[in-house]
Design a protein around this ligand. Structure first.
Ligand code: MN
Length: 241
């Protein structure tokens, strides 16, 4: 009985290898396991009516896994927050809030996509507030698909240009924000993605041992966090098979 965490797969019909790897991973997961997808599952999502980017076969594989008994949970990232909750449910996924607290083999664990932790990047946080507003989202989703596509293409270009100018540390998490949120939710463990900087960070909060586990992306590799009763490991798909 294992619990798996993945994030930042950035699945894109242009890069089918990642989608194949994901389906291979699902083949390794048993009905008694659990799967958490912590955001940026797809490269981008213009709306549930965007047939070009829907990756129906990938979603169908998740639905099949869930029907076999495996619970599948989903936290939005900054690329896929426009997938509506009923679409996720149709494919066997339960949407969780960001942050979400779970009991992971007896330990309170905080799950996040990770973008909320990057508080040094105030431009990004302002942008996030705008696009996470339900009113902005319903206005955006009401636009014709072609118009949504050109808006998102423009936003992506602007964001790539902005990222090139930003210092490395601006796009990483802010340690004070990490500690504040872990203290607020009384959790000694935090699991997130987003930064594409996989690693395990250990530190103390109020004299208590804490850890932050960061998932890597699936652009080149396949980053998977596998937990069970006895411990955990960050591994890649070929280490599992
Ligand atoms: Mn992200």
């Amino acid at each position: 009985m294992s619990t798996y965490f993945i994030s930042d797969l950035h699945l894109d019909p242009q890069r089918p290898a990642s989608s194949r790897a994901f389906v291979d991973l699902l083949g390794q997961i048993h009905p008694t396991d659990k799967l958490y997808i912590l955001g940026d599952f797809v490269e981008y999502w213009l709306g549930d009516d965007d047939n070009e980017h829907q990756q129906e076969s990938v979603f169908t594989s998740i639905a099949t896994l869930n029907r076999s008994g495996t619970p599948v949970y989903f936290v939005y990232g900054n690329r896929d927050f426009l997938i509506r909750e009923n679409y996720l449910q149709r494919f066997g996924m339960e949407l969780l809030p960001d942050p979400a607290v779970i009991d992971l083999y007896g330990q309170r664990t905080l799950l996040m996509h990770g973008d909320l932790l990057c508080t040094d990047d105030s431009d990004y946080q302002n942008f996030r507030n705008m696009v996470r507003n339900p009113k902005w989202q319903s206005q955006f989703l009401a636009k014709p698909l072609q118009e949504r596509r050109s808006i998102v293409t423009g936003l992506r270009q602007t964001s790539q240009q902005a990222m090139q100018k930003k210092l490395e540390h601006i796009m990483d998490v802010n340690q004070q924000t990490v500690e504040d949120i872990m203290r607020k939710y009384n959790a000694q463990r935090l699991i997130h993605g987003h930064t594409h900087r996989p690693g395990i960070h250990r530190f103390e909060i109020d004299k208590k041992e804490c850890e932050r586990i960061v998932l890597g992306d699936w652009y080149q590799d396949t980053s998977i966090l596998q937990f069970n009763q006895t411990g955990y490991q960050l591994l890649s798909l070929d280490q599992m098979i």
